[in-house]
Ligand binder design. Structure first.
Ligand code: PMP
Length: 354
């Protein structure tokens, strides 16, 4: 840390490894194993780079209109940002509740980082022993409430009815539902937007839309909350989303059928992988994300992670209380998952007591 730095209390987020030097089977950051839709890929090669000399539309009107059409909302109910992390940053910056923020003790690690960055007091509410979330723990909080649904890294999800209970009992607080993984089998709560102006639904193009490298996220909420988010964006980086990504995003929205199909494929892969893991003695949480959270009694989470890495397979391990014995495995292609299971068979064999 330099002697000029004035934020010594800052605790940045540690992203999953993005190795540049070895060919890994990369199952560690919940990317999609499939490419964007053909029309999206074509657009990238067909475009004339000459228009990159121009700034992008800071209002993102084209993309907002397309997203609004998809969900039956108005463009005033849509916010677009450079990845959903940017939106979460704005949320902690602009909407801390009277008593700060609350979120589960086991969830997306960036929530705590943003709370720290903006010095928002936060309370981490423990999940149940089986990692399920009790909605009643979030009633009458008088705080910013942030819930990933499905949760990460567990994959467990709430129903819209359960979320409605939280919205009903927190009418004066913003309730942020982070739906990064909702397209892999959970139910979205965006239809509740017409009844609750305290609801903000956050989404990303990084997972089900195969566009993690493009950096694109969006939020759906009441026009008042969306215009507050715009104020934050226009106070920092109005051109945060580049022209190429805006165009790719618009093309992506038009290809719903393709993305629905690969999501089905990933859900099938998840089921098969879950069964194979259980066959090897793993305990696997019933995930609705594009990942599985699992542990193998007798082999530590750290050992699983390291042993797989030696075999050129990357998974995510969180050396943290309650979940240190688990690894989070992103769903790859079926071939990649076969290689994962073969590697785990060897690891289980090497670690068997006899
Ligand atoms: N929310 C959750 C729960 C996530 O796991 C992630 C991805 N790490 C994000 C938000 C951020 O995604 P992005 O910034 O790529 O949109």
């Amino acid at each position: 840390m330099s002697r000029f730095f004035s934020l010594p209390w800052l605790h940045p987020y540690t992203p999953g490894e993005q190795p540049q030097n070895r060919d890994y089977i990369k199952l560690n950051t919940n990317e999609n194993p499939y490419p964007p839709a053909p029309a999206v890929r074509k657009l990238l090669t067909a475009r004339d780079a000459a228009d990159l000399r121009l700034y992008p539309d800071p209002d993102c009107r084209g993309l907002k209109k397309k997203l609004a059409g998809l969900y039956g909302l108005t463009p005033e109910e849509i916010f677009v940002a450079n990845g959903s992390d940017d939106i979460l940053n704005f949320v902690f910056w602009g909407f801390p509740g009277e008593k700060g923020a609350v979120f589960p003790d086991i969830t997306y690690g960036f929530y705590k980082v943003f709370a720290g960055l903006h010095r928002v007091p936060c309370r981490e509410i423990p999940l149940n022993g089986d990692f399920s979330l009790n909605p009643r723990d979030y009633y009458h909080q008088n705080s910013l409430i942030v819930i990933a649904n499905p949760n990460a890294p567990t994959g467990l999800a709430l129903t819209p009815g359960e979320i409605q209970g939280i919205l009903d009992t927190n009418r004066d607080s913003l309730v942020v539902i982070d739906e990064a993984y909702v397209d892999f089998g959970a139910q979205s709560c965006y239809p509740l937007l017409s009844q609750y102006e305290n609801l903000l639904v956050v989404r990303t193009f990084s997972k089900s839309r195969c566009l993690a490298g493009g950096r694109l996220g969006y939020a759906m909420g009441s026009p008042a909350v969306i215009s507050d988010l715009e104020r934050l964006k226009f106070s920092t980086n109005p051109y945060a989303i580049n022209r190429l990504t805006l165009a790719l995003g618009e093309a992506t929205v038009a290809e719903e059928a393709y993305y629905r199909e690969i999501s089905q494929k990933i859900q099938k892969t998840r089921k098969n992988t879950e069964n194979a893991l259980k066959g090897l003695g793993f305990l696997v949480l019933p995930s609705l994300g594009n990942f599985l959270f699992a542990r193998r009694p007798g082999i530590s989470g750290e050992n699983l992670y390291q042993s797989l890495k030696e075999k050129a397979i990357l998974v995510r391990h969180f050396p943290q209380e309650r979940i240190g014995e688990y690894v989070r495995i992103t769903m790859g292609t079926d071939e990649q998952m076969e290689q994962l299971i073969a590697a785990l068979e060897e690891i289980c064999h090497e670690n068997s007591p006899d």
